[in-house]
Design a binder for this molecule. Structure first.
Ligand code: WT7
Length: 632
């Protein structure tokens, strides 16, 4: 594949070109893809709107760029290697040709069920090959997929279905996850009681659990594909037609549907994959994310498959049936590039070196990290014990909204510096601004991270609410995309991400809005008010700390504690469960009624040495009570 950067000199040259002449830079890269009709204009943009269009008026189908473009050269190469949850079950090698046939079959099945271009389809599935087929078939027929992580609760699922008015849900009878057997179909059934748009549910048989099939609405995957042809003519998509919606949490309100469109996302996911991981044609690449997150979209499915790579998909969890499972899989398949999250590294680090002993990990060439800042200790452990000191470690910074990796070393090319995401990819123009929006130039500066020029896979809108997109990302610093992250440029010009500067937490690499968790807690009938903050957590990066004012009449703290945690689990899902609940009689508020979260954050992190000025509080006495109740 062309356009692969091979040296630091190359990188510097390409980067400069991408800034000086972004249009010719990206059009050269885009030319290596297959287009049904070329573009009239490479880019038109205005961050005021915001309005960004890449490869205007071009026509294409992203799956033709995965399949038709590669089939002659490597139809028999494994596209997906699938490793099941259960070690005794046989895995699968699915070739490009087989994946194509499966995708065509399912595309035909979807059309037979009445799905049309532009319809929204929810995918609520485990990490099985059918989930990949589901995404690709949607893309093939021009339906917009919205994958919902299968650990979300029925009400979180219902919110997403309602927001995008999905016509169909693709799911499974149950999911195997570690020792658990999760009855997800029942979750879908419950969600559909709160929605009206869904006409059909297609259920993939995985666990053979006993489930309800609602007649007229539910059908089995195997019945749906029965007799369908293995050929399908791909829909013609406009460059800016929606490819997918992916919901993510923000600092306010309900999760928003981040919209990505076809051509720009295709070009950038492939380009970034190839360059960051330095994938070579016979490599086996493995990203441990779930397809419910953007990492799974861009770096399990689209980026690797567009590159003709072999991508490993793992159904299970890192510690089942033992804490060496990841390492066992790496040796079993001779994985060359391994991409995971700091939270997984820290969790495995806690098991010590013994689980590593049976494995050589010799095949590894590149290791990667994503989702949250990687602390130096975890960086070194990962680098020394997994990478054996000789694999470049790519600490990749990006977001659901950016569609692809923005700031990262290129493996083996950019010198490694622990805990630094390092340098921007070609085409990415990060700037550091102070709170007034002044650009901080030069080295040794710290501030808020913005991007000042569009890249091909930038968020286009938040589904159904363009103003929210503008307000969230393009209004804080007019003329720039604001990431919500703090960043430092060190004395060498390398970037280090410092974490969120807004009310968004990062729990085990999952983004979680404080307001969202508070809203869930407030659903408990005895809760009067709550305030949620993040605090440093050894394994999760950040944990969730909830301060809650309750009506205590006839209640015990212990029971309320349990019920509050359970309420959050039910409303959002297990990943949003507070680690700590503290019942308080009041929350520290300013005279204008704003909760002073700074104090709550300090107490939650057990750091009360310098609480700052609390004299402006309406109720300063509550601070002592909170400190006393916090077990510091
Ligand atoms: C937020 C985006 C990108 C896919 C997974 C998460 C944090 C992500 C890094 C990193 C420091 C990171 C940021 C960002 N983040 N990667 N390498 N170093 N922080 O996607 O759920 O959209 O979350 O994750 O805070 O804003 P997401």
């Amino acid at each position: 594949m062309n356009h692969k950067i091979k040296s630091l000199k190359d990188y510097i040259f390409e980067y400069q070109k991408s800034v000086d002449q972004p249009e010719s830079f990206w059009s050269k890269i885009a030319e290596s893809f297959e287009w049904q009709k070329p573009w009239d204009q490479v880019l038109s943009w205005d961050f005021e709107g915001p309005e960004v269009r890449w490869f205007e008026n071009a026509k294409l189908n992203i799956t033709e760029n995965i399949f038709e473009r590669h089939l002659n050269a490597h139809g028999d190469k494994a596209a997906i290697i699938w490793e099941p949850n259960n070690v005794n079950e046989k895995g699968l090698h699915i070739t490009y040709k087989e994946l194509f046939e499966r995708t065509c079959k399912f595309s035909n099945a979807l059309e037979a069920q009445g799905v049309k271009k532009g319809d929204r389809i929810i995918i609520y599935m485990p990490m099985i090959p059918e989930a990949a087929v589901a995404m690709l078939a949607c893309a093939r027929i021009g339906a917009v997929h919205s994958v919902v992580f299968a650990g979300f609760s029925s009400s979180a699922l219902a919110d997403r279905i309602n927001d995008c008015q999905a016509k169909m849900v693709l799911t499974s009878d149950g999911n195997f996850r570690g020792p658990k057997n999760i009855p997800v179909k029942a979750v879908v059934d419950e969600a559909l009681e709160k929605t009206t748009s869904v006409e059909k549910v297609i259920v993939c048989q995985r666990t053979s659990a006993e489930i309800q099939m609602k007649s007229g609405r539910d059908l089995w995957w195997h019945d749906a594909i029965e007799g369908q042809s293995i050929n399908h003519k791909a829909a013609t998509m406009d460059a800016e037609d929606l490819l997918f919606i992916l919901y993510t949490s923000g600092s306010t309100g309900k999760p928003k549907g981040v919209v990505h469109t076809t051509a720009g996302y295709m070009v950038f996911s492939q380009y970034s994959f190839m360059n960051v991981f330095q994938y070579e044609q016979n490599d086996i690449y493995w990203c441990t994310a779930d397809i419910g997150w953007i990492t799974g979209h861009s770096y399990i499915i689209y980026g690797p498959l567009l590159s003709g790579a072999t991508t490993l998909m793992f159904e299970g969890v890192p510690t089942y049936p033992h804490a060496g499972r990841f390492w066992e899989i790496i040796d079993k398949y001779n994985v060359n590039q391994f991409y995971t999250a700091p939270t997984a590294i820290r969790a495995l680090q806690a098991h010590g070196l013994e689980p590593l002993e049976p494995y050589s990990l010799d095949s590894l060439k590149v290791i990667g990290s994503v989702g949250e800042p990687i602390n130096e200790e975890a960086w070194h452990w990962y680098h020394d014990h997994i990478g054996k000191g000789n694999c470049p470690l790519v600490d990749t910074w990006w977001q659901t909204e950016t569609g692809g990796i923005m700031i990262s070393p290129l493996a083996g090319i950019t010198p490694n510096k622990p805990a630094h995401a390092s340098l921007p990819l070609p085409g990415i123009q990060p700037v550091i601004v102070d709170t007034e929006g002044n650009e901080l130039v030069g080295n040794n500066v710290e501030g808020n991270l913005c991007i000042k020029f569009p890249w091909p896979s930038i968020i286009r809108t938040t589904y159904g609410d363009h103003k929210r997109c503008k307000d969230t990302y393009f209004s804080t610093y007019p003329g720039m995309y604001f990431t919500g992250d703090g960043v430092k440029r060190d004395h060498d010009g390398y970037l280090r991400i410092l974490g969120r500067v807004d009310d968004v937490m990062n729990v085990s690499g999952h983004r979680m809005g404080t307001a969202e968790v508070e809203n869930a807690i407030n659903e408990h009938p005895k809760v009067i008010e709550s305030a949620v903050v993040g605090f440093p957590h050894e394994i999760k990066g950040q944990g969730i700390y909830a301060y809650v004012i309750c009506d205590m009449v006839g209640e015990s703290e212990e029971k309320l504690n349990r019920e509050i945690i359970d309420t959050v689990r039910k409303i959002i899902g297990p990943i949003a469960k507070p680690d700590q609940v503290q019942i308080v009689s009041g929350l520290p508020k300013t005279r204008s009624g704003k909760i002073m979260r700074r104090i709550l954050r300090k107490v939650a992190s057990k750091d009360i040495s310098n609480l700052g000025d609390i004299s402006t509080l309406l109720n300063p006495e509550v601070v002592d009570e909170i400190i006393n109740g916090a077990n510091i």
